[in-house]
Design a protein around this ligand. Sequence first.
Ligand code: ZN
Ligand code: MN
Length: 134
Amino acid sequence: MSKSQRLTKQKTAILEILRSVDTHPTAEWIYQEARKEIPGLSLGTVYRNLNQLRDNGEILELNYGSSQSRFDGTAQNHYHFRCTQCGRIWDLPMPVMKTVENKAKVLKNFQIDGHRLEFYGTCEDCQQEGKAAI
Ligand code: ZN
Ligand code: MN
């Protein structure tokens, strides 16, 4: 197998793993899964591929400051809910509000290319745990 074939195989495997889940996994998790298919794979290679896929607009990187980035195989804009207790992230199936971009546009002379919206709070599982503790 040539070098470029190997690189393509790695990238395809990483993308397939990411698109097979809706849990917005970390690079570490993707690495653990991809290793099962590609034994010689390194974590650095996984990061490099994820960065390239992000730069090409094929995936999203969800960055939360101090904690590890999470990755999203759905590149087109959609909204998220993040649990502040367990850190998990879900997609919220609601339409993207185009009108907020028009509202923002009239405020300043900025060219608006998009927007992000994230809801946060406590997920169902963590609410249950909270009740059990009382
Ligand atoms: Zn939770
Ligand atoms: Mn998502």
